[in-house]
Design a protein around this ligand. Sequence first.
Ligand code: GLA
Length: 382
Amino acid sequence: MRESDSLLALTPPMGWNSWNTFGGAVNEAVIRETADAFVSEGLKDAGYEYVVIDDLWEADERVDGRLTWDPTIFPSGIPALADYVHSKGLKFGIYSCAGSHTCAGKPASYGYEEVDAQTFAEWGVDFLKYDFCYAPAGIDGPMLYHRMGQALRATGRPILYSLCEWGSHKPWQWGVRTGGHMWRTTGDINDSWDSIVKIGFEQQVGLEAYAGPGHWNDPDMLVVGMYGKGNVAHGGCTDAEYRSHFSLWCLMASPLMIGCDVRAMSPATRTILLNSELIAVNQDPLGVQGYQVGRVPWASDIAVTWAKPLLDGSIAVGLFNLGERDGRRIAVAWETLGLHDRRPCKVRDLWAHEDLGTHTGSFVARVDRHDVMMLRLTPTNA
Ligand code: GLA
């Protein structure tokens, strides 16, 4: 592996992807205006970097054996768009698929891995999301990912490789050796609390051992700020639900790929996506994926606690109320975090941006339904 590859994704990738909001309505203006909004809305300064076009950018046929863009929606062409994104100090991503066609039925890379990797490198692509539809029957899925990983490396351009295999063949077990920097662990998220609970709080438990600097589990893109609009609309969520979603993705060291329309964010969406104390938890250089330390089911009144050890010795803790009762008491005991009961810890509320004093043994908070208390515990000698 070249040094430039190993330096990619040392912390979870951050950016935006067109699919959740735009699906087939993506076009050149959307991508340019999204890059503009990264700068004007402070997303770039907060660490968001990759602007990624998902499926449906492609023309219906290859030209001279090469993939090309749909000229009606990208009249200036993809290389010019990549240049524009780069001119803003951002990185540019695109999408293809390991099968003969993309999930939306456009031409894809099976049998064309080398020429497609070369094409993407020539266009100035920095990130490839590689999907898994239309893979030929009987073909070994991991082998197809390996092929594209090899082809990307051979281009000599550092390209972040994002495997979108939906967890079908446990990519956390083999994604690293294909050159993957992140891999989807589940099917597609949609904009609903049910989807967040299923994909986030249920399906990620136990995958923490497989993530680390340069390679991350990907529980899919964020739906924060969609409010039931766009391509994966499914009723939408409340701000409390989006806060819980973002908190969990930060604790899990998940890639933070925004899915809402960043040109038109609500004030609450801005507050969530730009929370620098949460982003610092996600981007902590220790690169440990957080894990579930507690789950208290009480009929449907479930409370869960997740923790993520951080480089400076502090621990990020999320107290989540997945139940329906407001004001539920949720406790975290030091002993579940690997701390001695008698160790005093400074406790900080990462949503209120407030210090909550020094505590010993445990901390208890009241959390409303579907909401979260995000804490940073810093052990002290006091
Ligand atoms: C699959 C992927 C999605 C999206 C679509 C595009 O469903 O999992 O994230 O890329 O294909 O067609």
